[in-house]
Design a binder for this molecule. Structure first.
Ligand SMILES: Cc1ncc(COP(=O)(O)O)c(C=O)c1O
Length: 386
């Protein structure tokens, strides 16, 4: 479409064609091959995680991380209500139940409320945290580094350690975020908890078409993750499987695409930062419109830029604004639908959710693709100000 400004599209500018042609020429198209290994190695180098296991997508990475955190039928996992639905579905795949938590003004899980919930609504008995009301075990929390924003984990880590709760970091939207303050200074998001999960879906900072990665510093867990994602094959000649496994490995073709993209990540992040700075300068702050800055405790990949319309109190009004952008050939989006209000999860437990209810009616995700021009940004800001 002429003049159309999309929300977030991939940018293909490096060795993508070369590496994919190599896969096709050599017949290494499926779930083993040198590009899978290379992609994993490069993600380990970049994030400084000791181990990386390539998966078919970020959702499967979350599913396996939950299984390896011991989550099973009727256990509970705390998760923020603002997130793409994948982590909540992954909890469901384990037949476990989400406990929805509010978010702070950074759109990420409210750490204070989470700790308050753990301290007042659970008991710690025989080394296990149990929800007083439901009597179910709480073995894990999924924190989501949403929209390229990070969750400062220092305080929560200490509490979770004392309560024997694993932290799984959903870093699907966080590749390129490094902590700049606190106990984990200089570490990449996803390398602090027991597992980190990345996504290389087409709309992310880098893409492999579809794809994901589990990152961890624990050798045994890494080996188990590779085993489970490779159908738990105990004998590769006779195909003996002693456990239920999953066909979750990334293909060589996808890894080839992902590797070529990863080679460009520093260049892409520089461009994303410029886009953020440009929006920040042009939108600024006033009583009605607030460009959502990134907190200083971590660097950001600036995956999607957000703007808040302070006096927009209903979804209906927000949708009207979206319509105006659409008329001007600009794709914007509300933030993720609150998961505790999704039909399938409505009956699940939630804790003091208030801020998310306000943010969801006020916030728009702005076009943030690497290919965005200054002219495009000006066009978007003109509509915001209208
Ligand atoms: C926060 C979050 N978690 C998980 C996922 C799942 O990743 P995938 O689409 O690769 O399954 C995504 C995005 O796609 C996401 O945005």
């Amino acid at each position: 479409m002429n003049n159309f400004i999309p929300l977030s599209v991939p940018h293909i500018s490096g060795n993508e064609w070369k590496y994919i042609k190599d896969c096709l020429k050599t017949n290494w198209v499926s779930s083993t091959g040198k590009y899978v290994d290379l992609f994993e190695n490069k993600i380990e180098d970049y994030t400084k995680a000791k181990y990386a296991i390539a998966c078919i997508n970020g959702t499967s990475a979350l599913h396996i991380s939950l299984i390896l955190s011991g989550i099973s039928r009727n256990d509970e996992v705390i998760v923020p209500t603002i997130s793409f639905i994948a982590p909540i579905n992954a909890i469901n795949y384990c037949n476990a139940k989400p406990v929805f938590m509010d978010v702070d003004d950074n759109y990420t899980i409210d750490i204070k409320k989470t700790i308050e919930f753990l301290n007042t609504k659970t008991i710690f008995k025989n080394g296990i945290t149990i929800n007083k009301k439901t009597k179910r075990k709480i073995l894990a929390i999924i924190v989501v580094h949403v929209y390229g924003r990070s969750v400062l984990l220092d305080e929560l880590l200490k509490v979770c350690k004392s309560k024997n709760i694993s932290i799984i970091e959903d870093a699907a939207e966080g590749l390129g975020n490094f902590f700049e303050k606190g106990d984990n200074k200089n570490k990449h998001v996803g390398t602090i908890g027991k597992f980190g999960c990345l996504s290389f879906n087409g709309n992310k900072v880098i893409t492999s078409g579809g794809g994901g990665m589990i990152i961890t510093n624990n050798k045994l867990l890494a080996q188990k993750a590779k085993y489970l994602t490779t159908t738990a094959k105990d004998n590769t000649l006779e195909f003996i499987h002693n456990e239920v496994g999953y066909n979750y490995r990334l293909t060589n073709i996808q890894a080839a695409l992902g590797l070529a993209q990863l080679e460009k990540i520093n260049q892409y992040l520089k461009k994303k930062k410029l886009i953020y700075q440009h929006y920040k300068k042009l939108i600024g702050k006033n009583n009605k419109i607030l460009f959502k800055e990134i907190p200083k405790f971590a660097s950001s990949n600036h995956w999607l830029n957000l703007v808040e319309f302070i006096d927009c109190n209903t979804k209906k009004n927000l949708l009207k604004k979206i319509e105006m952008f659409k008329k001007n050939k600009i794709e914007v989006r509300p933030i993720w639908q609150l998961n505790h209000l999704q039909k399938i999860y409505k009956k699940c437990e939630k804790y003091n959710i208030s801020n998310a209810l306000i943010l969801v009616n006020r916030t728009l995700c702005l076009p943030s693709s690497i290919s965005l021009t200054t002219k495009d940004i000006k066009r978007v800001v003109a509509i915001i100000n209208e």
